[in-house]
Each structure stands twice: as structure tokens, then as C-alpha cells.
Design a protein around this ligand. Structure first.
Ligand SMILES: [Zn+2]
Length: 270
């Protein structure tokens, strides 16, 4: 019988989301918010001795090398491009530069990538640059952002790269991303996770460390910033407890890729 896997993933980046809503946030504040949230999150993951995957930007890592090194001792570090803010013009080679920054800091091979804001980009370059997997596809419809209902909700091999889509529920493709976790009651979110895991055999969930800092004072819509801080960390604690009751193993994305390769059952593998 094939195993079920849960991947907890975190996009560790500059706290720049308030700028999308027109509020300027100083560089120091961006870093501090992320730092507070990251520390709270690490304490929670340690409590359950869980390993997770952190997608981080080259810029964030360059400014916080010790934090990235510390995280890498226990967790997987993957690339989230070079800069997060849309004010920085994205270049394809940013991906390669971020990989090299992260590898220099951690001393480990970086094999995973997730594009900031899951924006479209040229996936074909990744395999040639030593990436094994990408996780930039949320195969659902988010009004005003993207419509990826034509994409597979299951992992697949394309252009020499494993695509690990963010989890969506069976049939309706309701996205189990950070906003769903934040806004749905924990019992409902858990039930959707359970159903998805049963059907798809894996859960790819993603959140941001800055969500676990106190961000209520920033000018953002309520559904983006609330609940936050300790209350949201307690909600994640509850989710972890609920997921641990399911017949599933918590793994990093790299470990999940290895399990797929060993099972040799991913569409496109043969
Ligand atoms: Zn991000």
C-alpha cells in the first residue's frame, strides 16, 4: 500500500505584502516582522519535531545568513527567487543566483523552486540548472490572479522537472493554501485536508512565517491579516495535531520527490 505524505512548506521572505495594498513598510520593519513570525514558527515545528521546507529569497538569505544556516540544519531550504517584491524586475538568472547564494550559506544542494506569488515563468530552465522539482502551480482558479484548472492536481514530470502542485480538494479544486487555512474554521479545513490526502496521497500546504507575527496594524484586508501572530500559531498547532492523527508521514519536498522516484509511479516517469 502506498504511503500518504504531508508537506508543510513556508515561503520565508521579506514582509512586503502590505505594499501590495499601498502601505510602504520600511526595510527594517519587513525584516523584523518576518523574524518574529519565523521564531514562533520554528518553536512550533520543534515542539513536534517536524521537518518542513522553507522557500526563501536570495535577498532574504543574504541579509539573514545565520538564520538560514540554522534552519537548514533541520529543514530543507529551497529557492523562492532572488527578490520577493514586484518592484524588482524579475530576471530568469535570478533563480540561478538565488540557488548559489543558498547553497553557499547552507552547504547543501538546493533542488526546489517556488516562484514569488506563484507567477508564471519559464519552467524549462530549471532542470538544466540542477533543480529537481518546482512548486509554483496552484491548480485552481483565483479570481484576478490565475486560472490553472487545466493543470494536474497530482505531481507530474515535465521538462525533466517534477511539478509538486499546491493542494486542492478533489472535484471542486478548492485551494488549501494559506488564505483557506487562515479563514476557514479549523474543523472544516482539517476535513478538507483529510479528504484531499485520502484521494491524492499527498498534501502540499503553504504558509508564510510573517503570518505568525502580529500584523494587525498594517493596512491590509482582514482576510489577509487575521487571525495573526500567536492565535494563528495556535491554529497551526491544532492543525498539526489533527494531521498527525491521519495515516501520513510529514516529509520535506526533497524527501517526497525521492519517494516518488523510488515508487516510479509519477505520470511521465516512464
Ligand atoms: Zn512568497
Amino acid at each position: 500500500m502506498s504511503k500518504n505524505f504531508v508537506m508543510l512548506t513556508f515561503d520565508l521572505e521579506e514582509f512586503d505584502i502590505a505594499e501590495e495594498y499601498g502601505q510602504k513598510v520600511s526595510h527594517t520593519d519587513q525584516m523584523n516582522v518576518t523574524k518574529i513570525g519565523t521564531e514562533r514558527l520554528m518553536a512550533l515545528l520543534n515542539k513536534y519535531n517536524l521537518r518542513a521546507t522553507f522557500f526563501t529569497t536570495g535577498n532574504y538569505a543574504r541579509l539573514n545568513p545565520e538564520l538560514i544556516k540554522t534552519i537548514s540544519l533541520k529543514h530543507e531550504i529551497a529557492s523562492h527567487a532572488l527578490y520577493h517584491s514586484s518592484f524588482h524586475q524579475f530576471k530568469e538568472t535570478d533563480i540561478l543566483e538565488s540557488k548559489s547564494i543558498l547553497e553557499n550559506i547552507t552547504g547543501e544542494k538546493v533542488t526546489g523552486f517556488r516562484m514569488p506569488r506563484l507567477r508564471p515563468f519559464n519552467y524549462k530552465v530549471l532542470a538544466g540548472w540542477g533543480f529537481v522539482y518546482d512548486s509554483s502551480i496552484n491548480p485552481t482558479y483565483i479570481p484576478g490572479r490565475y486560472n490553472l484548472l487545466h493543470k494536474s492536481p497530482l505531481p507530474y514530470l515535465e521538462n525533466g522537472l517534477l511539478e509538486l502542485p499546491c493542494s486542492t480538494t478533489p472535484v471542486l479544486r478548492f485551494p488549501l493554501f494559506w488564505l483557506a487555512f487562515k479563514n476557514l474554521p479549523i474543523s472544516l479545513y482539517t476535513a478538507l485536508c483529510r479528504r484531499t490526502l485520502r484521494k491524492r496521497k499527498n498534501l502540499m500546504l503553504y504558509f508564510h512565517p510573517w503570518e505568525f507575527a502580529e500584523i494587525g496594524a498594517f493596512k491590509m484586508p482582514r482576510y489577509v491579516k487575521s487571525p495573526d501572530g500567536k492565535i494563528l500559531a495556535d491554529k497551526l498547532d491544532k492543525l498539526i495535531q489533527n494531521l498527525k492523527k491521519l495515516d501520513a508521514e510529514f516529509v520535506t519536498c526533497q524527501e517526497f520527490c525521492k519517494s516518488l522516484e523510488n515508487a516510479d509511479q509519477t505520470p511521465g516517469f516512464n
